[in-house]
Ligand binder design. Sequence first.
Ligand code: ZN
Length: 434
Amino acid sequence: MKTLRAYKYRLYPTKKQTEKLQWTLDRARELYNAALQERRDAYEIKVKRHPNAHDEATRKQLTKEHALTYNQQATQLPEIKRVRPEYHDIHSQVLQDVLRRVKKTCDAFFRRIKEGQTPGYPRFKGCGVYDSFTFPQSGFSLTEDNRVCLSKIGTIKVKFPKGKKARPPRGEMKTCTIKREGQHWFIIFVCKVEQEIIYHPSGEAVGIDLGLLHFATLSDGSTIENPRYLRKSAKKLKKLQEALSRKKRGSKRRRKAAQRVGKVHRQIRNQRKDFHHKEARKLIIQYQSIVFEKLQPANMSKRPKPKQDETTGQYLPNGASAKAGLNKSIHDAGWGQFQQICVNKAECAGSRILFVSPKDTSQMCSGCGALVQKNLEERWHECSCGCSLDRDHNAAINILRIGLNHEPTHKKRQKPFQARTEPSEDAPLKSPRL
Ligand SMILES: [Zn+2]
């Protein structure tokens, strides 16, 4: 079996090479925005301004007829190069990839319309947002002395980590992406590697409830806590953001402050990713089957409806402020990323990751299957069957049970709570592994 794997390394371009990389990035962004503009105009003029655009069937038909395709745009590349000769200095496949990105964004836009949503039209990219370009097939190679040779750019030094992980990408290299993160440049190889079939040594299974109070609660009652250093960094970030908002717009000091904010953002992202990797690794080593709830961030992030008093018409507290805090934490916790890391690691370890519907997992009694309604603040599950345990622990047992298709256990579970991880003090920051 073959799977795709990504390898990310830091690049060390010279000053001149950095300029060239940035120049390429700028041209790619320019092309992206121009291609998007063209598609947008076509949509605007041919579809939205059509006299019968209000009719849904007509609109769908028009959209189908007039949407620009990737091929239509790609055939214009030679013409673009004639008018703007500097585009000759960029590998042609890199330019094709830019157009493919535009296509992907627009496809997603039309798919969402089709699904009945009202998405905003794809946005133009500013220089801070557009941060990578890709060689989709060729135009790149690795040299013997740890350099990467990029077509029309040059030969740039790469740093492979030392020790056990010092592995230049193995297998068949598929794509190569150059990415800027702040002032740093990275290279990401996506390789097709042979995947051996591995059998996990244990037959153990675990259900995991991801939460806000504890990062995760396992079906054996243990918990994984959010590391304290993340909260510390968040505090630092808040301070820097306040400092940024005090600086005058367009000033040099403001730009410096914005750079500092960006740096801490990246730091937090890396720290969190590192934490996720560590915890995922422990779980994968121990368990053959891991069951999660399917995440539904779209629903969870919705604002609660305003509540009105029936007789007086006054607005009542609807929990919006509490939920706003909750939303923030949902995005902060990065559960989706954690689950994805688990899925990736499981593949190499012979474990399997299962996802179950989150319906009733916290309300249902893990002992007898009865529904015991409780709101978010109630932290304890207490059932008439004698089942009494922490709310999240109860949910984790349900998740495991649903994942393995088992009936409620009819067993009392009152194991004392024990923390799986101590919230640790600042751990050294490591570069993220992909
Ligand atoms: Zn019960």
